[in-house]
Design a protein around this ligand. Structure first.
Ligand SMILES: [Zn+2]
Length: 495
């Protein structure tokens, strides 16, 4: 949740008409800066410098990414995808005994994943990337099934920072991971298949909403306790039977997945926007879908680290969970997972280690907290400091600090480290931009960078810009996706 600035806007351009005429001139003279601007002001988008073979690369990566987004809508399914790629690349389980010369993986509680790739030299620290696999959504409450007014419902609980009204009156799917008392696990998706019915959360018709919604402040107009998913309207049993709609649902759960109502207590069932990720725009230059914060970074980071051959330094990738709720919990960044992974990596893929060596190695390490940034949205331009606002199509963003007003709660990268990353990106011809999150005192955000900083690791936030962040349909640029992968690969190989 951080914002990004490019140096695209000419400070001389005071009016909107001015920049519009500049763009038209630029389009007509492909890649040539408009005559009346100093050359260094004009910065082409990534698209303008792309070769035909690069365009093919961009489209195939985007296609693969859309499939990933469509098939991994929860933190568990995201982890399972990345883990399958790691196994295909020959990485072995670091929790198992024996060396792992080809690299290894470490999984914690099924929702936190670490990958380790050995390097030629181990005394200069790791190059590591951290992302997160969780995204804002609605979780079913442990006791969630009820009926009212002749309808059956599931009660939900917010997870993370989302805009509640965006989740109303739209198709929702149910992605579940349930564990029965005997330990059997039941995993299901409902509402994604073409022929699957979906769920939805109803909203009030405008004819009658004035007192309940329209006259209220947005924060009060959509109480979280109203976000309940509609499940059933056809009663089973006899007219004088009680809870006939609940029975409809419990019969379905039992017959379909062998689940009882009590089994929902030991379940993680997430309501997410139903349907596949899509291409967006008449030019199909954009990708729209749920959970791009931060599955975009997880996708490109996993692809990048598994493509780097014989790195100079040992590499780590951590896909954390719980980032959207402050990284608390056994699978979040506020744990000792990084030290466990570092120790396992140094022990299994290198010459062994002790506590001092491991903590010193971490303190010498360099990291990119790969998280998406807020892109400049001209529809809401007043919330952005245009000199520091990100633009779609100009590449991944370096965000020196996030946090709130006065840099409260920020992990800020020091000048030496920023200079190093700039050099690494420029030498690899990465198109990148610098970033800050919106105007001061307009809000704030954070990433897992803070948790890494605890170990003395040099860390900076870097990621692709998004429009409509945290909505059920976030927007990213195919060009930024492609360049973000190249940027992370350059960092892992050359930093
Ligand atoms: Zn994020």
């Amino acid at each position: 949740m951080s914002t990004i600035p490019p140096k695209t806007l000419n400070p001389r351009s005071k009016t909107a008409n001015h920049s519009a005429s500049v763009a038209k001139k630029a389009a007509s003279k492909k890649n040539s800066p408009p005559k009346d601007k100093a050359p260094e002001d004009y910065r082409p988008t990534i698209w303008e410098n792309m070769t035909p073979s690069q365009k093919t690369e961009v489209e195939s990566l985007a296609q693969e990414y859309r499939q990933f987004l469509t098939e991994a809508k929860t933190e568990r399914t995201t982890l399972a995808k990345v883990l399958s790629w790691a196994k295909d690349a020959g990485l072995t389980d670091l929790a198992k005994s024996g060396p792992a010369p080809g690299g290894g993986y470490l999984v914690h509680h099924g929702k936190l994943l670490g990958l380790a790739i050995p390097g030629a030299k181990n005394d200069e620290g790791f190059n590591l990337i951290v992302t997160h696999g969780d995204a804002p959504r609605l979780d079913l409450k442990p006791r969630c099934l009820y009926e009212s007014g002749g309808l059956g419902f599931f009660k939900s609980n917010l997870y993370g920072g989302l805009k509640k009204f965006q989740w109303l009156a739209r198709p929702l799917a149910m992605w579940g991971f349930c564990v029965l008392k005997d330990g059997r696990e039941v995993t299901f998706r409902y509402g994604e298949d073409e022929n699957d019915p979906v769920l939805t959360i109803t909203d009030l018709l405008p004819h009658l909403d004035s007192r309940v919604q329209r006259d209220k402040k947005l924060v009060d107009a959509f109480p979280a306790e109203r976000l309940n998913a509609l499940l059933a309207s056809r009663p089973f049993g006899q007219p004088n039977d009680k809870n006939r709609l609940k029975k409809t649902v419990t019969d379905f759960l039992l017959s379909r997945w062998g689940l009882t109502e009590d089994d929902l207590i030991s379940s993680e069932i997430e309501l997410v926007p139903a349907g596949p990720a899509k291409e967006v725009g008449l030019d199909a230059s954009l990708i729209g879908g749920y959970g791009q914060d931060d599955r975009l970074s997880t996708f490109v980071a996993a692809k990048a680290i598994l493509e780097v051959k014989k790195p100079a330094k040992p590499l780590l990738l951590i896909v954390f969970d719980r980032e959207e709720i402050g990284s608390y919990g056994s699978t979040g960044a506020e744990t000792n997972f990084i030290t466990r992974l570092a120790a396992a990596a140094l022990t299994k893929t290198a010459k062994g280690t002790d506590w001092l060596t491991m903590t010193e190695t971490l303190a010498k390490s360099q990291a990119i907290s790969a998280d998406v940034e807020a892109a400049f949205d001209p529809t809401f331009k007043e919330v952005h400091d245009e000199l520091n606002a990100a633009r779609l199509g100009y590449g991944p963003c370096l965000t020196r600090y996030t946090g709130g007003a006065g840099k409260y709660g920020a992990s800020e990268a020091r000048a030496e480290y920023m200079a190093k990353i700039r050099r690494v990106f420029d030498e690899a011809q990465i198109a990148w931009q610098s970033s800050l999150l919106g105007k001061q005192e307009y809000g704030g955000g954070g990433t897992v960078a803070l948790s890494l900083a605890y170990h003395g690791v040099s860390v900076v936030d870097c990621g692709a810009p998004l429009l409509s962040m945290h909505s059920p349909f976030e927007i990213a640029s195919k060009a930024d996706l492609w360049m973000a992968k190249k940027a992370l690969k350059a960092f892992l190989s050359n930093a």
